[in-house]
Structure formats: structure tokens, C-alpha cells
Design a binder for this molecule. Structure first.
Ligand SMILES: *Cc1c(COP(=O)(O)O)cnc(C)c1O
Length: 400
């Protein structure tokens, strides 16, 4: 196990040739404790945001007991890494074989759906010797607006409000516990997104006149990036709590959420080397096919820092990046603000890549080494600083 006090220390002492993922278990622990202690209900970690076993262990240790999985491979991964965890299969379109294996092989009891076809699949796949399962938690996903979010999830999934009545009534017949879930889109920049979605949930419950046992407000909780500083998460939690209390549901109904990004964005950053400079373009050793998919394809701006000792004294200027593959698409427009004298051989830390960053890495063109080192310094930005923090090092990180 290699530990380094800081990103700068690692860059100057080791001068790594390959990009290095810096992981910060203390930051993930802090985020998890925040949700466990402050969200007024249960927090399921959305595994797709970052499925690293080292992160799953930190979240499990920090009190996250439930995991939102989207594929049978994620079911297996979490079951192996955290045998005590409760798995919830929250992808509304699943292979029937995956449902059956999850239910019969891994004890999964919670599934989401957004059509009667999917309901029938779940009922068939979970029956035993022709007898329907009586222990299912079924959550009907309602389509809500993504207007307040940076990445839309509004068009692919979710039953239309006018389809909800029939679907809720049919699902009620098959479910032990009936729920409604939604996703406001990723990086929701205002708590209003949840208040508006909860109004749709209310209308659906009233129209169907069914007993609802679970309301799941999904993911979308923001992290902080350049130009995207959200209001405090406490305001989101208060808004959600108030909306939940106003719903026509029983006192024993449960409130759930499914944070992905907010739990892991601060967990990892990336240390890259500048291989060449051409004007205001830097050719770096990681890119669109590595951890920088969102920087290339949706223009996401991540914070950057030049790691040099002594520090550069030149003023910042705007740069764009090219990644290491031979492909023009391997381009990150930024702008990324760095000292004007950045040169080949310099190291740059790219922050907030714990969510949808390291998880997206490919081996395209022979690049994609995934070295991990634990860093004990603070992430480049944090929503949670000031919370009590403990430091723990996971057991399964590759030594540099
Ligand atoms: C992606 C996803 C999440 C996590 O979303 P974030 O925006 O990362 O919080 C939660 N639930 C479902 C069903 C998802 O598809």
C-alpha cells in the first residue's frame, strides 16, 4: 500500500509516467456520514457512479446499507464486496434472466419498473414453481422534468403521469411494498427540482387511490464544479422532507434517495502529465477514453491545479486539453485555467473525478492504466468540509 500525504508530494517525488488516480477515502467517508446522518430517510448508493470495490468498502463502513444496482454485474460486485448489503435493482428495463438471478441467487427483493410489460417480467421471473413471490418491493418510476439539472434523465425512463393510475393499481396487486420513484436528472442545481417532482407523485397517488409504502426521490444531488456551485445539500433535504410530509401516505411510509455523484465526486482526482504544449492546447496522458469522458463529450468543467514546486508565479490563462489517443474526439475544450508557463513534463491534478470519471475508463488505443494511490490531502473542492472526519485506508488499492 502506497500512501501519499498530498497530490503535490506524489507528483514531485515519483514523477509517474502513467496517469494516477488519487483516491481520498476520508472524503467519501465524510459524504457518506453526511447522507446517513442528515438525509431524513434512507440513502441508497447508486453504484454506477463509481463501482470501485475500495469505495464500496468505505461507504459500507460508513453506514450505507443499501445499494442501487442497475445490472446483474453490479449485483454480483456489491454482493461480493459487501455481503451484508441490501441490493435494490433500480433500472426500469431489465433482462428477465437478470431479474431471476438477482431474486433467486442474490436475495434481491426491490425492483423498479415503468411499464406493465416490465411488471409482468418481474412477476414471472420471481415466481417459484408457478407461485408468485409475496415479498417484492416494487417501485414505479414516474417521468419528471430534468429542467433544473445539468444532465437530463427525462426522456429515457418513467411512466407518464396519465399512465400512473393503471400502473400503480396493477403493481399494488403484485407488491408487498409499493413505491414510487423518480430521477430529476444529474447535478440538480436547485431543490425546487425535487419539490416539483413530488407534486407529480402527489397527483399520481391521489389519482390511483392506492396505499404507497415507499417514496424514492432518486439521485441528482449535486457536487461542486467550476461554474456550478449549488446551494447547500441541507436545503435539498429540508425541501424533500417537507414535500414528503405533505404526501397522502401512511405514517409508516419510508423516504429513500439514491445519490451517486454526491457520495463519490470528491473521492477521486486524476494526476496527469503534460506531454506536449501547442499554444493554449496541452496534450496530456489521459482523456475522453480514460477518466475524462464527461469533460470531452458533455463539456463538463472539472477543477485543475498545476502541481509544481516552487509554485508558478505567472498568471492563469485558459487551456484546452487533448488526450493520448490518436483520435480528434479525444479533446476536452474546458476552458481549464492554469498558469501561463505550463510546459511539457509538468503535472496537473484534475479534481472531482470520483463520480462518472474513473468509472468510465476504457483501454482504447492501449492507454488506460488505472493506478491508484491514496492521498490524504483534501479534495480540490468539497461540499462537506467542516464535518467531522476520520481517515481510513481501504485494503485493496493497487500499490504504485
Ligand atoms: C444514475 C442514477 C442515480 C444516481 O444519480 P446521480 O445524479 O449520480 O445522483 C440514481 N438512481 C438511478 C435510477 C440512476 O439511474
Amino acid at each position: 500500500m502506497h500512501k501519499h500525504h498530498s497530490a503535490l508530494g506524489l507528483a514531485t517525488a515519483l514523477r509517474p509516467v502513467q496517469p494516477v488516480t488519487l483516491i481520498r477515502p476520508h472524503a467519501a467517508r465524510r459524504a457518506a456520514r453526511f447522507f446517513v446522518e442528515k438525509f431524513p430517510g434512507r440513502s441508497l448508493y447508486a453504484v454506477k457512479a463509481n463501482p470501485s470495490p475500495d469505495l464500496l468498502e468505505v461507504l459500507g463502513d460508513s453506514g450505507v446499507t443499501h445499494y442501487d444496482v442497475a445490472s446483474i454485474a453490479e449485483v454480483k460486485l456489491v454482493a461480493e464486496t459487501l455481503p451484508e448489503a441490501t441490493l435494490c435493482f433500480m433500472h426500469p428495463v431489465k433482462a428477465e434472466e437478470a431479474i431471476a438471478e438477482a431474486y433467486h441467487g442474490y436475495g434481491v427483493r426491490t425492483f423498479s419498473l415503468d411499464t406493465e410489460d416490465e411488471l409482468e417480467k418481474i412477476v414471472r421471473a420471481t415466481a417459484t414453481d408457478g407461485v408468485a413471490a409475496s415479498d417484492l418491493n416494487l417501485l414505479v418510476r414516474i417521468r419528471v422534468s430534468s429542467d433544473h439539472s445539468k444532465l437530463s434523465l427525462a426522456s429515457k425512463f418513467g411512466a407518464e403521469p396519465d399512465e400512473m393510475r393503471a400502473l400503480l393499481m396493477a403493481t399494488r396487486q403484485a407488491a408487498d411494498a409499493l413505491g414510487i420513484c423518480f430521477h430529476v436528472g444529474s447535478q440538480a442545481m436547485t431543490p425546487r427540482a425535487y419539490a416539483e417532482a413530488m407534486e407529480r407523485v402527489r397527483a399520481a397517488i391521489v389519482a390511483a387511490a392506492v396505499t404507497v409504502d415507499i417514496v424514492d426521490v432518486g439521485g441528482g444531488f449535486p457536487s461542486t464544479y467550476p461554474g456550478m456551485e449549488p446551494p447547500p445539500l441541507e436545503l435539498y433535504f429540508e425541501t424533500i422532507h417537507r414535500s414528503f410530509e405533505d404526501l397522502p401516505i401512511s405514517y409508516s411510509a419510508e423516504l429513500w434517495c439514491e445519490p451517486g455523484r454526491a457520495l463519490c465526486a470528491e473521492y477521486a482526482s486524476l494526476l496527469v502529465r503534460v506531454e506536449k504544449r501547442r499554444g493554449d492546447t496541452l496534450y496530456i496522458n489521459d482523456g475522453a477514453y480514460g477518466a475524462l469522458f464527461d469533460a470531452a463529450h458533455v463539456g463538463w468543467r472539472f477543477p485543475v491545479k498545476l502541481l509544481r514546486e516552487p509554485e508558478s508565479e505567472t498568471k492563469d490563462m485558459a487551456f484546452s486539453f487533448y488526450g493520448p489517443t490518436c483520435d480528434d474526439l479525444d479533446h476536452m475544450a474546458g476552458p481549464f485555467h492554469l498558469p501561463a508557463d505550463v510546459a511539457a513534463g509538468d503535472y496537473i491534478e484534475i479534481g472531482m473525478l470520483g463520480a462518472y470519471g474513473c468509472a468510465m475508463r476504457t483501454q482504447f488505443n492501449g492507454f488506460g492504466a488505472d493506478l491508484k494511490v491514496v492521498a490524504e490531502d483534501e479534495p480540490m473542492a468539497s461540499l462537506y468540509l467542516g464535518e467531522a472526519e476520520e481517515r481510513a485506508v481501504p485494503s485493496n488499492v493497487v500499490t504504485l
